[in-house]
Design a protein around this ligand. Sequence first.
Ligand SMILES: [Zn+2]
Length: 436
Amino acid sequence: MSDSALEGCETRTLEETLEHSIPLLRNAVERADAASSFWTQRFANQGIKSGDIRTLHDFQPLALLDKKDILDDQLALGPFGTLLAVPPDQLRRIHRTSGTTATPLLVLLTGNDLTSVVSVGSRAFRCSGVEAADIVVHCLNYCMWSGGVSDHESLEAAGATVIPFGVGNSHFLLETILQVRPSALSCTPSYLARLYQLLTDEFKLQPRDLRLRKAFCGGEPGLQDPDFRKSVEDIWGIRAVDANYGLADVLSIMASECDARDGLHFHAHDELLPELVDDAGRPVEISKGATGELVLSNLIRDAQPLFRYRTHDIIEIVDTARCACGRRGFRFRVVGRSDDVVVVKGINFFPAVLQGLIAGYSQLTGEYRVYASKPPNQDLRVEFEKVRGTVVDWTSVAEDIARRVLQQHSVKLRVSFCEYGAIPKSEHKTKRLIRD
Ligand SMILES: [Zn+2]
């Protein structure tokens, strides 16, 4: 892609973007201080004054904010809490976070907030190859979750024709695909496994019979594992793109990959200030190879401005140099969730890595659950689902998987198998880690 086809903010370097962000941040802090009693109190308690913010360093004494802080505010002083920075009649939409890791949070947006969500979302989808010629079946949850309606609007703004499908009704979805012949699916990676079962079991068709060309995936990790992506692309005959990284509480979509597939481009140049912190909460500079938890601050949020907000996503900076597609800024990959990590004898293990590791085993469906018990008698057990009717030497399959996990991740795993259908298939997000 030539630089002229990109928006101006996409061609700024990391340093230029940071320089551009500081005045926006100063204004955002000033507005929140004046309009939200939550922030007035927090800034006062921590000695943060908007006029003092000249560099990122001046802002970093502000304590990290967690979802629980906002949730407690909403529960105690609800429904919208004291963080709300606009009169309620200026709100235009209310979402809920998906609640995979905590009680759902209400996410409040004004008209301006919705505009910026779609502006960044459509930039991300264009980067991932969404074109005017695409007809996209959008299979994320519309039931209060931002991935449904917000991402739908972002797909439309990127030029695509969108079929608003949502989750569930998978049988009707396949009938619709066979009738309309769309070019693309927008879904979670694990949903493809569910569709595969239904398609082969009940329709007696193979995925390639649907003649889909693209899958815009998001909402879960998976595609960043090359083996998993290759198996999806081989089975479906599609190009599977990691097109949709975001957090409902901050910005529904803020990153996606381009054709070069060299990490996720961060697209919210004018909307968010990204930071990295280590596991003690200390700032880590965004530079090639750096790893840390992604922490975000809204630069232009009216209703619910968040500052130094913990995403709990551990990311690694893939590069900060100009990408082959012409975009500058930084690219990253998600390593895991800080709250999904299992620490086994001092080693951090992210269960999501298993998705890619087992992608090549045709005798497994790809569904699994990890059971982690607490120290001192810490035990990590994984149950993988068998493909229906498969007869193989399961002991040697178990030994093979355990050996690969030990080699690649230095963690001992007890491997077992369950019959096909024993793990409920996800219509939304799959909970894979169960702590005893
Ligand atoms: Zn690129």
